[in-house]
Design a protein around this ligand. Structure first.
Ligand code: NDP
Length: 476
């Protein structure tokens, strides 16, 4: 599949390629151009040329194109979901959710097309001010491989609705569905140059995009270390930034919780997308009164998960996305076991044997009896591994939940309003769920505090972040 620059399929300036393979089978799916700095420059030039006319359209006209694009995504959702599963690995049910979720996001932004409102300021005798919201210009979006379709929606929807043009860099492991959706957006009436997609290694095309002096804003989702480097590069020309850098979300289950519901919440919260989600449940804190019963139920459910090729019907969890991911998760478990930080209650090793030998499969894993200060709790575990800590009371749970450099999401499972109030006030996170975890509909602002990043995606906050104010001062 080719890149998309100025509305046409583009090869790389130098014709070399990146192969995209299925993480469940190792099968070759397609190849994309290994783009270069010249390709990024061409894409930024195209986006710059398209900016004036796009920004002059009414927001409602731009919203209509997003709405038509959502309809085309719905029309093609089966093919898109299958492509996503083949390049990313997740079960087809999850890919279908994700593709429909992208359509939901575009429809949501179309529906709030009247929102980017300004203000009037009366200065008495000194005059009046009219403050409008204007787009920033050419923006850049860098997409990771874990939820490439939803995250594309989060960046493309508000950026384009606000009147900006965009250059998007997909992850090298999962560029295909992003390219297919960009093609559908063209089909929906997006003018040439408004959305450009440049494939290629992050170190080259991603870095060239961030460093480009004409880029007014970068929205990045991915690793913390990459985020820090992007900040440095963007600072060189004062580009605005949204950084979504992951998390280590705590889930707190109190003694009064609906236990079967909370068990389902932990199962889905940790093992959805093989645990490769920034806001997955990454640390489970159980009140000591229910810990034993909870672990008995959770262990049985975890062992019952069907792991396999995401295309096979009935698969609950697919492979990890790459050999690197498998290596990272294997090391986490090896080191945790060596340090004797807990007891493996389920999984704890890769899945091998017929049907698994060419893919990156890891068993869904539970580690019980983890001490609150254990090393395993200090870093984001981006895979199907759940460390479980028993706590004596809510204060201890909150103290441990806050013992993290991240602050993306957190959940509390309880029937008690006072507990909810205390968790909402005291836990450091961008979103606190009560009796659920993970769900982020398009209306809900998403983003974290501390090292989880800067800014918000989703909802009207994201739309604001793709505009700036411009003031007309009437001196009368
Ligand atoms: P990266 O941060 O390297 O990749 C995310 C995106 O950034 C990809 O499109 C990548 O391109 C691009 N990129 C990489 N280097 C640069 C750079 N110097 N300048 C600009 N763009 C760049 O994450 P990894 O794929 O290496 O995953 C590593 C770990 O990051 C995971 O194990 C997980 O812990 C975390 N992660 C967190 C995510 C989240 O949702 N918060 C999402 C993905 C990963 P390319 O694919 O070509 O390298």
């Amino acid at each position: 599949m080719d890149m998309l620059i100025n509305g046409t399929a583009a090869h790389a300036a130098e014709e070399t390629w990146i192969e995209v393979k299925n993480p469940a089978t190792g099968e070759f799916i397609d190849r994309v151009p290994r783009g270069s700095r010249e390709d990024v420059n061409a894409a930024v030039e195209a986006a710059d040329a398209a900016f004036g006319a796009w920004a002059e359209k009414t927001t409602r006209d731009r919203g209509l194109i997003l709405y038509h694009a959502a309809a085309l995504i719905r029309r093609d959702h089966k093919a898109l979901a299958e492509l996503l599963t083949r390049e990313q690995g997740k079960p087809i049910r999850e890919s279908t959710d994700e593709v429909r979720g992208c359509a939901n996001i575009l429809e949501y932004y179309a529906s709030i097309a009247g929102m980017p409102a300004g203000e009037n300021i009366s200065l008495g005798k000194a005059g009046d001010c009219l403050v409008t919201r204007v787009p920033l210009g050419v923006c850049g979006a860098i997409i990771p491989w874990n939820m490439p379709v939803i995250i594309m929606g989060w960046k493309v929807g508000p950026a384009l609705l606000a009147g900006n043009t965009l250059v998007l860099k997909p992850a090298s492991a999962t560029p295909l569905t992003n390219l297919r959706i960009a093609g559908l957006m063209q089909e929906a009436g997006l003018p040439a140059g408004v959305l450009n997609v440049v494939t290629g290694p992050g170190e080259i095309t991603g870095a060239a995009l961030v460093r480009h002096p004409q880029i007014k804003k970068i929205s990045f989702t991915g690793d913390c270390a990459t985020g820090y480097r992007i900040r440095e590069m963007a600072d060189s020309h004062l580009a605005a930034l949204t950084l979504e850098l992951g998390g280590s979300d705590p889930m707190i289950v109190m003694a009064d919780a609906d236990i079967p519901k909370a068990v389902e919440g932990a199962l889905r919260g940790r093992f959805y997308n093989a645990g490769q989600i920034c806001t997955a449940v990454k640390r489970l804190y159980l009140h000591e009164k229910i810990a034993e019963e909870f672990m008995r139920l959770l262990t049985a459910k975890t062992e019952g998960l069907a792991v396999g090729n995401g295309l096979a019907p009935g698969t609950d969890m697919g492979p990890l996305n790459s050999a690197e991911q498998l290596g990272r998760i294997s090391s986490v478990i090896r080191e945790t076991t060596e340090r004797e930080e807990g007891t493996i209650r389920a999984g704890g090793c890769p899945l091998t044997g017929p049907g698994f030998d060419k893919g990156f499969f890891y068993k869904p894993t539970l580690i019980a009896g983890v001490a609150p200060d254990a090393e395993i709790l200090n870093n984001e575990i981006f895979g199907p591994v759940l460390p479980v800590v028993t706590v004596p009371d809510l204060s201890a749970a909150i103290r441990e939940a806050n013992h993290s450099k991240y602050g993306l999401g957190a959940s509390v499972w309880t029937r008690d309003l006072a507990t909810v109030k205390q968790v909402y006030r005291e836990v450091h996170a961008g979103i606190i769920w009560v009796n659920r975890h993970l769900t982020v509909p398009p209306e809900v602002p998403f983003g974290g505090t501390n090292e989880s990043g800067i800014g918000r995606e989703n909802g009207s906050k994201a739309l604001d972040s793709y505009t700036q104010s411009k003031t007309l001062y009437l001196g009368w």
